[in-house]
Design a protein around this ligand. Structure first.
Ligand SMILES: [Mg+2]
Length: 195
């Protein structure tokens, strides 16, 4: 069964959107997406407010209440039947996010098993057949096929095939003929083993 590595923030969860919504309600200031180019959505916030944005990322609860990206649940549920899926999030920078991320995943994606969530600090040790991620720094070292998930901070990147939304992900991964092999395996505990 082919393995797909899926990122969480800005791919499954609208982390940046949640932060912008909160920030605009609290401070009434605009966030400038033009300043995000080069890989950091934080740079869209006024520089003097970086510390409060960082503090919110580090605090408990922020990652527990993020909106789910449109069509993500339906497409991943179907992909989970055909691929070995691992959700890999470089999360240990934010220790309070770890339980929040597990709880968030199991609430919104109940078809995933806890074994499928990998919370790490660096994705260089990850291997698989496909990776979907919004950061070039995570895709760069990957051994399989790389897809850059479009986000405001990566619009200027030209070196990767893109997935712009989950409808497009479904068109790629769920199209007949995309799978090189029929799926006959499953992760222990995730599905019945009967064929
Ligand atoms: Mg991400």
């Amino acid at each position: 069964m082919e393995r797909v590595i899926v990122d969480m923030d800005e791919v499954m969860a609208d982390t940046m959107g949640a932060m912008i919504n909160w920030y605009q309600k609290e401070y009434g200031l605009e966030v400038d997406s033009n300043k995000m180019a080069g890989g950091s959505w934080m740079k869209g916030f006024p520089e003097e407010h970086y510390p409060i944005v960082k503090a919110r990322l580090h605090g408990p609860g922020f990652f527990r209440n993020l909106p789910v990206m449109k069509d993500c649940v339906q497409v991943l549920e179907e992909m989970n039947r055909r691929y070995e899926i691992f959700i890999v999030s470089a999360a240990t920078e934010f220790p309070n996010s770890l339980k929040d991320k597990l709880d968030w995943l199991l609430e919104h994606f109940p078809f995933f098993n806890w074994r499928q969530l990998v919370l790490c600090g660096d994705k260089r040790m990850v291997s698989g057949d496909y990776m979907i991620d919004d950061h070039v720094r995570n895709l760069r070292h990957f051994n399989g096929k790389k897809y850059l998930y479009t986000c405001a901070h990566n619009l200027e990147e030209t070196g990767y095939d893109r997935i712009n939304n989950w409808k497009e992900a479904g068109e790629i991964f769920l199209s007949p003929g995309f799978l090189s092999q029929p799926s006959i395996e499953s992760l222990p505990g995730t599905k019945s083993n009967s064929l």
